[in-house]
Design a protein around this ligand. Structure first.
Ligand SMILES: [Zn+2]
Ligand SMILES: [Zn+2]
Length: 277
């Protein structure tokens, strides 16, 4: 049975666990959890780095440590050298240059904050009007679509990310009204051979569901989407691999038989149906 955690952070992420999340500790947690493969995908939120609101990413040391671990653990599991590139469309030229500079095998494309608005993580939605929540969500979808148009990445990260924080403040938001726009995003992903990520962090962080959640994954399936990646988005060894198996079961239940892994940015389908036996 091949289980792969395709979204993992280490101490090289600005919000990774400095003490515990070394590349070796993350890898050993994955081996202990019975995983076959992991993708190390530290943050490169390009807007935060260029605008100096986030510390710089130590690309050289991260690369050296990941390649040393690849060698050290090669008989136990596969390690993919990846990156989570945030807000690429805010700095398109610099993003392309960054991706060219390092031999990433796998690139997660994400939006954590829309232009001129902080990361949704930092927004307090308690007293926000429904209209303002809706307008932030619409801008988020617009930026997601721009990111897909921009392309150059392997998988689209945690679609519905803002909803996690809206719900955290006890507010509800009906995403179902935006199916047509989400469908348009899915069709573009499919055309461009970019996968859809199913991020399991919501399962352990109070949201109680994956990002995107089941109905939206079903919509992707109905659109003809076949390329799924699945990751825990762990920032500490204890969260490595959490929720992957149950998510594979949900995917099989929807109709998927494979997940997509990337080797040197090239997609490969891996069967997941063995998790049922
Ligand atoms: Zn992210
Ligand atoms: Zn992440």
């Amino acid at each position: 049975m091949y289980i792969c955690d395709q979204h993992l952070h280490t101490k090289y992420s600005f919000d990774g666990d400095r003490e515990k999340a070394t590349v070796n500790n993350i890898t050993e947690a994955a081996i202990a959890a019975g995983l076959s493969e992991i993708c190390i995908t530290d943050h490169y939120d390009i807007n935060g780095i260029i605008e100096k609101t986030y510390p710089d990413y130590d690309a050289e040391n991260a690369r050296a440590e990941i390649f040393a671990a690849k060698e050290k653990y090669k008989n136990k599991l596969t390690i993919t050298y990846g990156i989570e590139l945030g807000e690429a469309t805010h700095y398109p030229t610099e993003s392309k240059e960054f991706l060219k500079k390092y031999p990433f095998e796998y690139v997660i494309g994400s939006i954590h904050n829309i232009k001129d608005v902080p990361d949704f993580y930092y927004i307090n939605f308690t007293d926000m009007t429904d209209a303002l929540i809706a307008s932030l969500w619409e801008r988020y979808l617009k930026e997601i679509e721009e990111l897909v148009d921009f392309g150059g990445f392997s998988t689209l990260a945690h679609l519905t990310y803002p909803i996690r924080y809206v719900n955290k403040y006890g507010r509800q938001f009906d995403v179902n009204r935006y199916y047509d726009r989400i469908e348009r995003i899915y069709r573009k992903l499919i055309t461009k051979n970019i996968a859809l990520e199913v991020n399991t962090s919501g399962l352990r962080q109070g949201m109680g569901c994956t990002m995107p959640y089941r109905q939206l994954i079903e919509l992707y399936y109905e659109c003809g989407g076949k390329m799924i990646t699945c990751g825990s988005d762990a920032h500490t060894p204890g969260d490595v691999g959490v929720g992957i198996l149950e998510t594979y079961k949900m995917l099989i239940n929807i109709g998927f038989k494979t997940i997509t892994i990337f080797r040197n940015r090239t997609p490969e389908m891996i069967s997941i149906t063995e998790v049922l036996s």
